[in-house]
Design a protein. Structure first.
Lengths: 148, 72
């Protein structure tokens, strides 16, 4: 099998596992009363958590769908390969420290989603840190895309 | 770095997208190279030059590159 196609297949499996785990955690949280919908401060934490879960599920689902379509369509696979292996894109990714940033974003997302029991202060600290790092990443990508 | 890629593309009736597909990069990369914002790597510069049947020096302008005073 084409090595790139194999990489995409592995990625699809990983995305499927991630999506399943996220959905299970969300359903479990909802089933065990982990979400409070009244107007207290705790409820605002839960609304933000729910929004984050939804955004995460949407990102994972769209990535899963895009990669799955690429596996079954040679044209899409070639286009995906060109986009991912394009030297300018890789150069910009290196400049923006994409691997480190991704790890930090992933860690902050998990910490935000699971910090509910630590209280609103902890939760919102993680949440605003997540937003800040996301904003920095987006700004860096836009800057370097414009520069190069 | 200046290049004559737009002129060569016009001569061969190639769009940026077609050239990008031939050399294996995105259209945005070709655009950035043409306007001098991004400098192609050696392998990519070689592929682009060969695509038009020319040498790298004919396609890319190296006049801005400093040459050492005492070459080996």
């Amino acid at each position: 099998m084409n090595p790139f196609r194999q990489r995409i297949v592995d990625r699809v499996i990983l995305l499927a596992v991630g999506l399943s785990i996220t959905l299970c955690v969300l359903i479990f949280s909802m089933a065990t009363g982990g979400f409070n919908y009244d107007s207290s401060i705790g409820a605002s934490v839960d609304w933000v958590r729910l929004a984050l879960f939804v955004i995460l599920i949407v990102i994972l689902t769209s990535s899963f769908t895009k990669n799955m379509k690429a596996i079954h369509n040679l044209d899409r696979l070639n286009k995906l390969q060109i986009t991912e292996e394009d030297e300018r894109n890789l150069f910009i990714k290196q400049k923006t420290g994409f691997l480190g940033m991704d790890i930090v974003l992933f860690g902050l997302t998990i910490a935000t989603l699971f910090s509910r029991s630590s209280g609103p202060k902890t939760f919102f600290t993680f949440f605003w840190s997540l937003l800040f790092v996301s904003a920095v990443r987006v700004s860096l990508i836009m800057y370097y895309r414009n520069k190069y | 770095m200046k290049t004559i890629i737009p002129e060569l593309r016009k001569k061969h009736r190639l769009s940026q997208e077609e050239l990008a597909a031939v050399v294996g990069v995105t259209r945005q990369t070709i655009t950035s190279i043409e306007i001098g914002k991004y400098t192609a790597s050696l392998p990519l510069a070689y592929k682009i030059a060969k695509c038009f049947g020319k040498s790298i020096e004919e396609v890319f302008d190296f006049s801005d590159v400093e040459i050492p005073n005492e070459p080996f």
